[in-house]
Design a protein around this ligand. Structure first.
Ligand SMILES: [Zn+2]
Length: 389
């Protein structure tokens, strides 16, 4: 097996940098140096503590953009890890050759694969048509401040709109290549503060208990919102925080607040969910203030039958490339959380996500099969080739 490939060498040096959000820790610089040497145009779009690298080669359309992040989530208690989380080593682990460490699967392995695929492609096709590029941010795992949302705005203002975007997030579920994400649900968080009347618990006629109202409201909101459609599962509602109480056992508090999150499909919008909450508040005669945070809108690369459409081309390019490399027929999915693809999709780009297994991401002993990173590089290379020829 090839564990000394360029992809693996690069992935090892990326994992060895403890780039905790939003610290890029030199990861993007390392990649920029390689791509600059290969003739790519390098642009830095840094905002605050966030580093954003945009490297492109060629001109005009089609524009194929690879999207990744260099930041990682904390390792947690390092004593729980079987090896150092930032050693960046190839190890024989549980009988297999793996790249071990925080960020190996999410998503420095993919960053390395994207970089090497682009480099190789330019080496073999110096005068290719269209534009190919890599966009990396150091604030994906955190609040995203200063990250891809800002760069997307710059791309829009300059009219530099990608036709195709391939996000390297770990999408594979059981074996490498089994799943490609073709869309993501939207995410809407709402802080709901319900008002009542404070008083002594012994005099229920003098109080209006906001906690009881919240209980009723949550039970209403937990009922089915829609049934989903051919692209997406039903919209979900989850309560994530709930807070009330004065600390005393004999006082009914004046307010109760709870934080909830909707993962919504393309049958819903922020407005429709806002209306849903307000309708329940009205019906139940509850007074409340609502504070919305829209984290992302749903997006989908549709199952178009038109061979000239960008959606069709991208779906074909990825599924055929995966089949050529792994022999597998990949499945298209819209499950899971949001990704930075949510900022690129509204520009009009078709967005898919494809990367290694997600089994160990954010966990102790995160690792990825070394062999899968080499396969990933080949898949990315083939996707560029198919989209440009
Ligand atoms: Zn990630």
């Amino acid at each position: 097996m090839m564990t000394n490939s360029q992809t693996i060498a690069l992935a090892c040096s990326l994992v060895a940098r403890a780039s905790l959000t939003p610290d890029d820790c030199g990861c993007s610089f390392l990649i920029s140096r390689r791509l600059a040497a290969a003739g790519f145009n390098i642009q830095w779009h840094n905002f605050g503590e966030c580093t954003n690298l945009l490297a492109t080669h060629g001109v005009g359309s089609p524009f194929i953009l690879f999207l990744g992040h260099t930041d990682v989530v904390p390792a947690g208690d390092e004593k729980l890890w079987d090896h150092g989380p930032f050693s960046g080593a190839i190890l024989n682990y549980q009988g297999q050759e793996v790249l071990f460490g925080r960020g190996s699967a999410d998503m420095k392995g993919s960053d390395a694969a994207m970089c090497i695929a682009l480099e190789d492609f330019v080496k073999k096709n110096p005068n290719h048509q269209g534009t190919i590029g890599l966009l990396l941010t150091s604030n994906e795992e955190g609040d995203g401040k200063g990250g891809i949302k800002e760069v997307a705005r710059i791309l829009k203002e300059s009219g530099n709109i990608p036709d195709f975007c391939i996000v390297g997030e770990p999408s594979s579920e059981k074996v490498f290549g089994d799943t490609v994400k073709v869309g993501r649900r939207g995410s809407l968080s709402v802080l709901i503060t319900v008002e009542g009347t404070q008083g002594h618990v012994a005099y229920p006629e003098r109080v209006d208990n906001p906690i009881h109202k919240v209980a009723t409201l949550i039970s209403k909101l937990s009922s089915r919102i829609d049934n989903g459609n051919e692209f997406f599962p039903p919209t979900s509602f989850e309560v994530t925080n709930i807070h009330a109480g004065t600390g005393a056992e004999n006082v009914v508090p004046a307010t109760c607040e709870f934080l909830c999150n909707f993962r919504f499909n393309n049958l819903q919008s922020k407005e429709s969910l806002e209306q849903l909450i307000k309708a329940y508040l009205n019906k139940l005669n509850i007074k409340a203030t609502l504070d919305f945070r829209l984290n992302g809108l749903p997006f989908i690369t549709e199952n178009s039958q038109d061979p000239q459409s960008t959606a069709f081309k991208l779906r074909q390019a990825i599924s055929i490339s995966i089949e050529e490399v792994t022999g597998l027929k990949t499945q298209f999915s819209t499950s899971g959380g949001t990704s930075d693809g949510r900022f690129i999709a509204p520009l009009g780009a078709q967005v898919i996500e494809f990367g290694p297994l997600s089994a160990t991401i954010h966990k102790v002993n995160e690792h990825v099969l070394a062999e899968d990173l080499n396969k990933l590089t080949t898949v990315y290379f083939k996707v560029i080739e198919k989209l440009l020829t």
